[in-house]
Design a protein around this ligand. Structure first.
Ligand code: 5RP
Length: 222
């Protein structure tokens, strides 16, 4: 039986086939993405450069000799590749377990195609078992936490953590996320919230899902 890391690596390797040569791509954050960066370097594919979403990803790009470019220096990205904490049949996701959700949402929005890479444990019938990361302005932390309780959640401040953009994260468990787009909007309308880890407005276009039986390619089932 393959381990979770072996499945992550398989999904990451498979995803390199959607990387176009000679273009700029966006790269997310997390352990699956680390496997992807390694696989991309080993594939020998030549891209013009990659937009990074975190310090960790930038370090990996450098380690594998993949040129980094700033989002402000490109007009758009053909492909964005990233992992997820949960993904449903509409390819809506919860992200932000690694704390990079804000940069991830920004860079993903610039891409024509979002490719999600994941092992089978991430594929869920309903989003919400994984605590939803909500990035907040530190001053507004308690205010936002009280609003999250009103929405039915239990917020926990992520300890000893500051995002790359200088914010804090509340990990909110217990939310009933029957309507992910509505929940994404409701939370983002609370003053002091910078963004939340629901990627429902901008779901993935393709899910490369590594299962024990092999790698599956899924598109949104509407
Ligand atoms: C980081 C993320 C990651 O994509 C998510 O946490 C999945 O991580 P991993 O690939 O390590 O399981 O959203 O902010």
């Amino acid at each position: 039986m393959a381990t979770q890391n072996e499945l992550k690596r398989l999904a990451a390797q498979k995803a390199t086939q959607w990387v176009p040569e000679g273009e700029y791509i966006g790269v997310g954050t997390g352990s699956t993405v680390q496997f992807f960066i390694e696989a991309l370097a080993q594939s020998g594919k030549q891209i013009k450069g990659a937009v990074s979403t975190s310090h960790g990803t930038s370090e990996a790009l450098k380690r594998f000799g993949i040129p980094e470019i700033l989002l402000s220096e490109v007009h758009g990205l053909s492909v964005y590749v990233d992992g997820a904490d949960e993904v449903n049949h509409l390819l809506q996701m919860i992200k932000g377990g690694g704390g990079a959700l804000l940069n991830e949402k920004i860079v993903a929005s610039a891409a024509e195609q979002f490719i999600c890479i994941a092992d089978e444990s991430k594929y869920v019938a309903r989003l919400g078992r994984f605590p939803l990361p909500v990035e907040v302005i530190p001053n507004a932390r308690s205010l936002v936490a009280r609003q999250m309780v009103k929405l039915g959640g239990q917020p926990d401040l992520r300890l000893n953590f500051t995002s790359d953009n200088g914010h804090q994260i509340l990990d909110v468990s217990g939310l009933l996320i029957d309507e992910p787009i509505k929940m994404e909007d409701t939370i983002n309308a609370i003053p002091g919230v910078v963004d939340n880890g629901l990627f429902a407005h901008r779901p993935a276009d393709l899910l490369v899902l590594a299962r024990q039986g092999g790698v599956e390619i899924l598109r949104a089932q509407v």
